[in-house]
Design a protein around this ligand. Structure first.
Ligand SMILES: Nc1ncnc2c1ncn2[C@@H]1O[C@H](COP(=O)(O)OP(=O)(O)O)[C@@H](O)[C@H]1O
Ligand SMILES: [Mg+2]
Length: 256
């Protein structure tokens, strides 16, 4: 479904990614971890075709996204849903207008039908639609905002792939659980390939079966949880060390 192939990427003179390669199959759920500034969000931007690598290719569904014309890019982007780090809701629009934003802007669908679709979607993401449809984003908790953002993405694209950038950062434990549950549900029930960027190790373990660790712009690790725990790679261990406690809390075999 997605293949990142020998990607080198620099902002101007400054190298950010050096020779990054990995594949994500249809239905797969993969977590990308790594220290702050290691290039995780940049990888998501490359997959969306918002940036193009100086070397290497990003292949989506067999096609090189950077070799496409703008119109083709827009078509392929419909298959990719992105949930940005802060949710990026429109402050001055109500919840239903946020969720129905794409339909409002890009289709002739009647308003009441868009409203119905929005309400249905709010239910799907686990929110009490009646309670919140007419509220403004600022009147919702962080976790609810994140779920509204996921709902908006689902109603604007019909994604085969979902990309989430730090979806639980700043959320309390209950909201975190709700958002992770939703990410899992979309992956399992709708068979949407999923890439989650996070540095919350416990979250990573609860949603993914495969882990990629990016350190200083290259792939320091790509494998299962057991392999991650047993990794002797110096960079990987340095990254994991501060998370030792949460790692051991959520897994049976201890990391030492
Ligand atoms: N638009 C930009 N122009 C120049 N440098 C950038 C830009 N966006 C990000 N960077 C730099 O690229 C590096 C990787 O950023 P990012 O991918 O956001 O890291 P992460 O998501 O892993 O924290 C950081 O050092 C950041 O400062
Ligand atoms: Mg980031």
């Amino acid at each position: 479904m997605i293949e990142v192939k020998n990607v080198h990427f620099a902002y101007g003179e400054r190298p950010i990614l050096t020779d990054v390669s990995f594949k994500v199959d249809s239905d797969e759920s993969v977590v990308v971890m790594g220290p702050s500034g290691s290039g995780k969000s940049t990888i998501l931007r490359l997959i969306l075709g918002l940036e193009c690598p100086q070397q290497g290719e990003i292949i989506i569904d067999g096609q090189n996204i950077c070799a496409m014309k703008e119109r083709q890019k827009q078509e392929i982007r419909k298959k990719i849903g992105m949930v940005f780090q802060d949710g990026a809701l429109f402050d001055s629009l109500s919840v239903w207008e946020n969720v129905g934003f794409y339909l409002l802007e890009h289709t002739d669908m009647p308003l009441d039908e868009i409203g119905e679709r929005a309400v249905e979607m709010l239910g799907f993401v686990g929110l009490d639609a009646e309670e919140i449809v007419d509220k403004l984003p600022e009147q919702l908790s962080g976790g609810m905002q994140r779920r509204v953002a996921i709902g908006r993405t689902l109603l604007s694209t019909d994604p085969r792939v979902m990309l989430y950038d730090e979806p639980t950062t700043g959320l309390d434990p209950q909201s975190t659980e709700n958002v992770l549950g939703l990410i899992k549900k979309l992956n399992v029930e709708k068979q949407i390939s999923t890439i989650v960027v996070t540095h919350q190790i416990a979250d990573a373990i609860s949603i993914a079966s495969r882990f990629i660790v990016i350190v200083e712009g290259s792939v320091a690790f790509d494998g299962s949880l057991d392999e991650l725990r047993d990794s002797t790679d110096k960079k990987v261990r340095e990254f994991l060390n501060p998370f030792r406690e949460s790692f051991n809390e959520v897994t049976e075999r201890k990391f030492i």
